[in-house]
Design a protein around this ligand. Structure first.
Ligand code: NAD
Ligand code: ZN
Length: 389
């Protein structure tokens, strides 16, 4: 079958790889009909994620049709149309039972490697390095889905792929980011990053009752999308000083809730397009990353900082003094996608939101390498790219 594979920094290839087969009786095989490229894929693309191997199949935002099920799969049948969450979760461990699916204890076969770095291992993820399971991803014609009774959500309505695909990751991720921000009525919420995750954090902040939303980025189309689709106020961080502007906008109190939807590769850190030397430094750290530091500085005293942005290695020299003295609450994590599938599907079915608004580019799987480049460079107005095998 055809798949997009990783071959090192900025080297994604279209290759023929073996079609996946049922390995465990709880597996299903899904024939992919749509699969998106995520900002998280860019960490791999730019070579920041350790433990990638040449030929790894990329992708963790897929959907399609079930074509085979293992003997112990009860919830799915051949022919079902499903969206597959990027988090692989067993459904039976202590963490899954607490609805903390991205922290599943059983889904990372390479847990030992992850534990060496983190103390304990989070869940395995599709197409996201050997440290997080070494699972082949969904930017391919077919995908093996482990624990098939726990992850995939069935789509019975006639909603298009484009309308439901983002249940796999970025809609729940934006929603959990807004929930983690503990938004209350009349709150002002500042969101750093107006990429796909930022856009859904902004939408979700609106749904959760935020009064004012201030969106921060430097890319005009992305700021425009935040204004148009969520009536956000915007700050271009290349044009204005973010701290000064936020203080001016909030009568010097600062935003009540701050969301970092940027992560490791923030502009202003010297990390984007970095040399090997800088990358190594990112893992060891001095005073980066800029967005976290800025958010801590800007957030109002007693406010909340929610971090959906992915940080890698030790790029986390967080200013703990200000954090403590300003009594900020910090919440973060990979998204517990399974927790949000039914309630967010319901919002789509009810017409409360149509997630397809973020899509700017659609192409065939074969055009994947080109789209990776476009999305990475944020060229050609690219905000979200969807591939169809
Ligand atoms: P993206 O790369 O498309 O968007 C990032 C945006 O941040 C860009 O628009 C960029 O211009 C902006 N940005 C860069 N530097 C900035 C700065 N200093 N201040 C303000 N904005 C800045 O990526 P995305 O798909 O939107 O993903 C965003 C982050 O969320 C990534 O780190 C991704 O890995 C992470 N993510 C996390 C989860 C999770 O489960 N927690 C899931 C999906 C994605
Ligand atoms: Zn993703």
């Amino acid at each position: 079958m055809t798949a997009l594979t990783w071959h090192g920094e900025q080297d994604v290839r279209v290759e023929e790889v073996p079609k996946p087969e049922i390995v465990n009786p709880t597996d299903a095989i899904v024939e992919i009909t749509a699969t998106a490229i995520c900002g998280s894929d860019l960490h791999l693309y730019n070579g920041y994620m350790p433990s990638m191997r040449e030929g790894d199949v990329l992708g963790h935002e897929p959907m399609g049709e079930v074509v085979e099920v293992g003997e112990e799969v009860d919830r799915l049948e051949v022919g079902d149309r499903v969206v597959v969450p990027f988090t692989i979760s067993c459904g039976g461990c202590w963490f899954c039972e607490e609805d903390l699916y991205s922290l599943c204890d059983n889904s990372n076969p390479n847990a030992e490697l992850a534990s060496k770095i983190m103390g304990q291992s989070p869940a395995g993820l599709f197409g996201f390095s050997h440290m997080l399971g070494g699972y082949a991803g969904g930017q391919a014609e077919y995908l093996r889905v482990p624990y098939a009774d726990v992850g995939p959500v069935k789509i019975d309505s006639d909603l298009s792929d484009e309308q439901v695909l983002f249940l796999s990751d970025i809609f729940p991720t934006g929603y959990m980011a807004a929930e983690n921000a503990e938004i209350e009525e009349n709150d002002t919420v500042a969101v750093w990053g107006c990429g796909p995750v930022g856009q859904f954090a902004i939408q979700s902040a609106r749904m959760l009752g935020a009064d004012r939303i201030i969106a921060i980025d430097r890319i005009p189309e992305r700021l425009e999308m935040a204004r148009e689709h969520a009536d956000a106020e915007t700050i271009d961080f290349e044009e204005e000083d973010v701290y000064d502007r936020l203080m001016e906008m909030t009568g010097s109190r600062g935003p009540d809730r701050c969301i970092d939807a940027v992560g490791t590769e923030a502009h202003g850190t010297g990390v984007v397009g970095a040399t090997d030397e800088v990358k190594q430094d990112v893992m060891l750290q001095d005073d980066r990353p800029v967005v976290l530091r800025q958010a801590i500085r800007c957030c109002r005293k007693g406010g909340t900082l929610s971090i959906p942005g992915v940080y890698l290695g030790r790029s986390d020299n967080v200013p703990t003094g200000p954090l403590m003295n300003k009594a900020l609450t910090v919440k973060t994590g990979q998204t517990h996608v399974q927790r949000y599938l039914d309630p967010l599907l319901e919002k789509i079915e009810d017409g409360e939101i149509d997630p397809s608004f973020v899509i700017t580019h659609e192409a065939s799987l074969e055009d994947g390498p080109e789209l990776y480049e476009t999305f990475n460079e944020k060229e050609d107005g690219c905000i979200k790219a969807v591939l169809t095998p």
